[in-house]
Structure formats: C-alpha cells, structure tokens
Design a protein around this ligand. Structure first.
Ligand SMILES: [Zn+2]
Length: 225
C-alpha cells in the first residue's frame, strides 16, 4: 500500500513542476513581447522630417524671437589638466584597420595641432552627439582618418552624411565639429537657444546659415539676424 502513496506523491510532484515551468515560460514570452512592442514604439516616436517640414522649422527659427534668457557662460572655470597624449591609435569602424597618429608629426605637418585634438577628443564627442540627432538620417563619415580607406587623403577632417526623408540626394559636409552636430540636434528638436561651452545660452537663430549649410539647403540672401 505504501508504494502506491509514494507513486502518487511523485506524480503530483512532476505535475506541479511542469505547471510552474509552463508558467515561467509564458511570463518570459509576455515580457519579450512587451519589450519588442516598446522598442518599436520608441523608434516611431520621432518621425523623419521631410524637406518641407524642415523649411517650416527654419522659418519658425528665423521668425520667432528667442527667449530672453541669454547667458554668456561662466567667466571663470576650472581648467582640467589632462595628460598630453603623444600617440593616438585610430581604429576604423568600417574596415577595422588601425592608423597611428603622432602629435608631433601632425603639428609639424600642414594639418596643424588642431587635427590631433579633433582626433583625440573631438571624434568621440561627435560620435556621441550624432546618436542624439532625431528626425533625419545622419551619420559620421570618418573615412579621412583611415589610411586604409583613404590612402591618398590630404586633409583629415570629420564629415557628415545627411539624408532628408523623401530626398534622393545625400549631403556630405566636411570640416564639421561637435558644435555643428549640437546645433543640428537643437534645431530639429525645436529649440530656440543654443547651449554652448561654459553653460552659455545664445539664440540658435545666429547659427541659421550654418544649419542650412549642414542640412544641404541653399543659402538665402537674407541675413538670419
Ligand atoms: Zn577604414
């Protein structure tokens, strides 16, 4: 008789373990579905703007008086002393090849020390900032820094590739820096002020010509101010 009880207990055990497993599986599937749904939703939060919509935004920027909250930034600020790097190893995100740059060589060359700085700090800042731009197709073109991709290049500069929804042309603008990407981001998100270094706040409309140039819009005769 006792073995019948043992078998019953074992069967009950198997039944409950299976039920719990099925429940866990169900819940994790539900979680996965919610995750998938929310990532799709966040992708569609900022639609891509058409050329007409960007023109309307430019119009709004040029015609709307900026808020009265100018700030020229702190006059005194702490200087962060960082160790001067002599060498920078650039790893190309396209081909994966390494290109080594030496500060002294660049300073002696026609590129100037600025280019070494652009490589060392500017490039990473641009990479981070470009991720924040919503509403247009935008990406960095770093090919000028890769000796493998651009063996004959003379000028080492950061370029931007911009494509506006509905347009077949992609605009390639070179010699861009971090500030350029910041003003594009501010413009597309509908801001009227530009936040610069040292917490300065200035009317974004002052950069209207540069914004037009970066987005591939022809220059207009009238002054933005
Ligand atoms: Zn490359």
């Amino acid at each position: 008789m006792w073995y019948l009880i043992v078998i019953l207990v074992l069967l009950a055990g198997i039944f409950f373990t299976n039920k719990i497993h099925a429940q866990i599986k169900n819940e994790s599937e539900k979680e996965l579905k919610t995750k998938k749904k929310s990532s799709v939703e966040s992708d569609t939060l900022t639609p891509l703007y058409t050329k007409e919509q960007i023109e309307e935004k430019l119009d709004y920027l040029c015609k709307t008086p900026p808020p009265d909250e100018l700030s020229f930034g702190a006059m005194c600020y702490s200087v962060i002393v960082t160790a001067v790097q002599e060498k920078y190893t650039y790893v190309c995100p396209v081909c994966g090849e390494k290109t080594i740059y030496r500060r002294r060589k660049m300073e002696d060359d026609k590129w100037g020390g600025g280019s070494f700085w652009a490589l060392e700090s500017g490039l990473n800042a641009c990479r981070r900032e470009v991720e924040k731009v919503k509403g247009i197709n935008i990406r960095l073109d770093e090919s000028a820094f890769c000796k493998h991709c651009s063996p004959k290049i003379e000028k080492h500069e950061i370029c931007l590739l911009i494509n506006i929804q509905g347009e077949s042309d992609t605009t390639r603008v070179c010699d861009v820096d971090y500030e350029d990407i910041v003003i594009i981001q501010e413009f597309l998100s509908g801001q009227l002020m530009h936040k610069g270094g040292n917490d300065s706040k200035l009317p974004l409309v002052k950069n209207a010509d540069r914004i037009k140039q970066l987005l591939g819009f022809a220059f207009k005769e009238e002054k933005a101010e």
